[in-house]
Structure formats: structure tokens, C-alpha cells
Design a protein around this ligand. Structure first.
Ligand SMILES: NC(=O)c1ccc[n+]([C@@H]2O[C@H](COP(=O)([O-])OP(=O)(O)OC[C@H]3O[C@@H](n4cnc5c(N)ncnc54)[C@H](O)[C@@H]3O)[C@@H](O)[C@H]2O)c1
Length: 423
């Protein structure tokens, strides 16, 4: 199938490269010309394991190409994916201006050449956006017989995006007619995945509801962790005991600094905004956000309680990315931790295996002579840290583990004073 993917960021580029790998002919489009010229040279502008290789392979096979010409890509394709950003506005509402702009561009291109096309919204958008895209196309003069708008939300996780795309738990196709549903089903056929057919509006809400549920699960276990600290239980044991219940499940029961990244905070805020706008006060979502916002304050309080005044105290923060295996810093809890420590006038040294903000090339240089080490991302390389060496470099360093990476007993054995979350 001939496909255009508009927006060549985390989602668009992964979608484009994976669909090309399934045998489709894909043109990835972006308004960022620099990004497109790098991608033409197979340079991927962010860190995602396996993606550069997949891009290179499919470019070489002539199934994947890049362009900043939206019109050219739309005319050449029967399916057009919209995968542009939908960042939060100040009041939490999703900013859908990029989706609107792309819809207008698609309409203009469709006026130049006839032929039925399915427009697929892969960006995370508020319920009703499918109708808005349809309206934009109709208002621009595109014949309603010539297109159908489908919602096909994306559930991939940064860091394991390719595997998530290729082996999804489900593919949601929200469509208003069988023709569009069947075409998109055919596109995904090689994945042999569980495909569900819903209304466009249900598909749009499935994405927000899924992310908000996962975010709520994180806030729930953070709340339990905070209770554990008061009553003397260990949240690691509690979460393990809870997670073995199949109705609960063990994933997303990891307490810590709270959720961050480019999706959970903005999607919870957008759903809260959508609910309120529709006349419903969402109590659970409000609480999930409130618990999350407080999690870093509680962690910083813990550091203050143990170290007192932080002025001029040397503190290393290890891990910046919002989660391992990505360089994405959007809404990363680590940045709030660093900002709070700097506000308290601590001397902060930061290390991350892939982020450009890292000041060191390895964690050992970052911890030299520090009084405290804060772990903000659970990178695998930290799991294997040589704490004997750390002890030599920073003999009095206290560990504040914001991700519960380490075993308390092991820390005690190497003689390191250790504070986790909820333990
Ligand atoms: N990142 C994730 O893990 C993830 C997962 C699932 C869903 N989503 C959703 O997917 C969407 C895209 O997210 P992302 O992380 O890939 O964003 P991103 O910021 O990495 O990429 C968006 C790209 O769109 C381009 N763009 C913006 N306006 C454009 C226009 N008018 N024409 C052409 N290109 C344009 C930008 O230049 C950028 O390269 C969002 O709605 C997001 O919520 C993201």
C-alpha cells in the first residue's frame, strides 16, 4: 500500500519505518526541513533502539523515503497518517493546531488530484477531533465520497517502540464505515494482531483512558508507598503481593518520583480538561495528577530531612531521561529534582547515558566527592554500578533512590546509607 505519514517524530518515524518494513511504500513528511534532510541521510534525530537500522534498511530497499512536501506525499498515497504533536496548553487542553494545519494541507492536496483516501489520526487527540478533521476537509471543498477519517491511536512505548509496534496487544481502528476499516485492517494484516473495530469517538477515548489508567496505577502505588513510609511496610513487598493477583497485574506498580514523559502528564490533563468542558468533574483523574505532582516534593523533603541545609552540598543526579532507553526529557521528573536541588543552592552534577544534558561520560566521574547520590532514572547500567568504587570516590555519600533500583540489604552490606521510596 502507498502511505504518507505526516510528522516524523517518535510516533511518525517509528510508524513509517515499521510500515515500510511490512512491505508498504511509505513517505514520511515533516515541516522541519532540517529533520527531513538528516533523515534522508538515515540520521535519526532522537534515541530509539533499533530505529536507525530499520530506517537505513527500508530506505535502501526504496520502501521508505522522506519529504517536506506534504502535497506530493498526499497525492502519492491512499492512506495518510497524521502523527504530529498535540502538546498541552497552559490550562491542560490538548493543542491540536498542528493536526488542524495538516488537515488543511491534506485538503489542498486532495483538490489537485482525485482518488479515495483514508486519513488516519494517530496523534493523541480529544474526542471529536475526527469530526473536526472531516469538517475541515469538507469546508475546503473535498468531496465526501473521496475520503474517510479514521482514528487509530498509538500505544507504543519509547525505548521499545519498534517491538511494541510490531507486536501490539491490540490495534484500535475507529471508523465510521466498513470501507475505511477494511483498508486499515489490510494495512496491518502482516502483524497478525488483535484488531478491534470501534466508533471514531470510542477509539479517541480508548487512548486517553488507557494512558490515564496507567498513570492512575502509578499514582496509586505511590500513594501506597507514602502510606508504607508512615506505617513501616515495604512497598516493594506490598506491590509484589498485589501484582500476583491477575486482576491487578504487576506492571506499573513501581513507586518512585511519579510519572513523566511526553504522554502521561499531558494526556491526564487533556482528559481532565475534556471531562470538565463536557460538564463532568473527574475526581479520580484529579487525584492521580495531584498525587503525582506531590511525589517529587516528598522526595526532596526526604533529602532535606537527612542532609539539612543543601547550600553548597555536592549532589550527583544519575539519570535524566523520563525513563530508561530514551533520551526524551519532556516532563522528566529528574529535571524537577535538579531544579529543586539547585533552588536549595546545592551543587548539582548530572549524568545520563544518552541525554545531551549529561555533564559526564560515566557515572563514576559524576559522583566524585559528593555528599549524596540521587537516582532519577532506572537505567540498566545503574543496576550494575560498582558500589565499592563509588564508596572510594565518595566515602560519605548517601543514596536517595527515586526509582527503588537497589536492594536495601545490598546497600547495607557495602556500608551505604540508603533511602528509597516507600521502604
Ligand atoms: N512519544 C510517544 O511515546 C507517543 C506514544 C503514543 C502516542 N503519542 C502521540 O503521538 C503524537 C506525536 O507524538 P511524538 O512524540 O511523535 O511527537 P514529536 O514531537 O516527537 O513529533 C512530532 C513531529 O511533527 C512535526 N510537525 C508538527 N507540525 C507539523 C506539520 N504541520 N506538518 C508536518 N509535520 C509537523 C514536528 O516537526 C515533529 O517532528 C502526539 O499526539 C502524542 O501524544 C506519542
Amino acid at each position: 500500500m502507498k502511505i504518507a505519514v505526516v510528522g516524523s517524530g517518535y510516533v511518525g518515524l517509528v510508524t513509517g519505518a515499521c510500515l515500510a518494513n511490512l512491505g508498504h511504500e511509505v513517505i514520511c513528511v515533516d515541516k522541519d526541513k532540517k529533520r527531513i534532510s538528516s533523515l534522508k541521510k538515515a540520521i535519526v534525530p532522537f534515541y530509539e533502539p533499533g530505529l536507525p537500522e530499520l530506517v537505513k534498511k527500508n530506505q535502501k530497499a526504496k520502501r521508505l523515503s522522506f519529504s517536506s512536501d506534504l502535497s506530493f506525499a498526499v497525492i502519492a498515497s491512499e492512506v495518510v497518517f497524521i502523527a504530529v504533536g498535540t502538546p498541552p496548553k497552559k490550562d491542560g487542553e490538548a493543542d491540536v493546531s498542528a493536526v488542524r494545519a495538516v488537515a488543511e494541507g491534506i485538503a489542498l492536496a486532495m483538490m489537485k488530484k482525485d482518488g479515495f483516501k483514508v486519513i488516519v489520526n494517530k496523534s493523541t487527540v480529544p474526542v471529536g477531533m475526527g469530526d473536526i478533521v472531516t469538517k475541515i476537509l469538507l469546508e475546503e471543498g473535498v468531496d465526501d465520497e473521496l475520503f474517510s477519517v479514521v482514528s487509530n491511536p498509538e500505544f507504543l512505548r519509547e525505548g521499545s517502540a519498534i517491538s511494541d509496534f510490531m507486536h501490539p496487544d491490540r490495534i484500535v481502528i475507529g471508523a465510521s464505515n466498513n470501507r475505511a476499516f477494511n483498508l486499515i485492517t489490510e494495512l496491518y494484516r502482516p502483524l497478525n494482531a488483535h484488531i478491534i473495530f470501534t466508533s471514531v469517538k470510542s477509539a479517541e477515548l480508548i487512548k486517553y483512558a488507557s494512558n490515564s489508567f496507567l498513570a492512575t496505577k502509578i499514582s496509586f502505588i505511590n500513594e501506597i508507598a507514602n502510606i508504607c513510609e508512615k506505617v513501616g511496610s515495604d512497598v516493594t513487598e506490598v506491590a509484589y503481593g498485589m501484582g500476583l493477583d491477575k486482576r491487578i497485574g504487576g506492571q506499573f506498580l513501581n513507586p518512585g518520583l511519579g510519572y513523566g514523559g511526553s504522554c502521561f502528564p499531558k494526556d491526564v490533563s487533556a482528559l481532565i480538561h475534556l471531562a470538565k468542558k463536557s460538564g463532568y468533574e473527574p475526581k479520580i483523574l484529579n487525584a492521580a495528577g495531584a498525587v503525582n505532582n506531590n511525589q517529587i516534593n516528598l522526595f526532596i523533603k526526604k533529602i532535606h530531612k537527612r542532609l539539612g541545609n543543601l547550600k553548597n552540598k555536592k549532589i550527583a543526579v544519575l539519570g535524566l531521561a523520563f525513563k530508561p532507553e530514551t533520551d526524551d526529557l519532556r516532563d522528566a521528573p529528574s529535571l524537577k529534582v535538579v531544579a529543586a536541588l539547585k533552588k536549595a543552592k546545592a551543587k548539582v552534577a548530572v549524568y545520563d547515558p544518552v541525554s545531551k544534558l549529561s555533564e559526564f561520560t560515566n557515572p563514576y566521574d559524576a559522583v566524585k566527592g559528593v555528599e549524596a547520590i540521587v537516582f532519577a532514572t532506572e537505567w540498566n547500567e545503574f543496576r550494575e554500578l560498582d558500589f565499592e568504587r563509588v564508596k572510594k570516590l565518595a566515602p560519605n555519600a548517601i543514596v536517595f533512590d527515586g526509582r527503588n533500583i537497589y536492594d536495601k540489604k545490598r546497600m547495607a552490606e557495602v556500608g551505604i546509607e540508603y533511602y528509597g521510596v516507600g521502604r
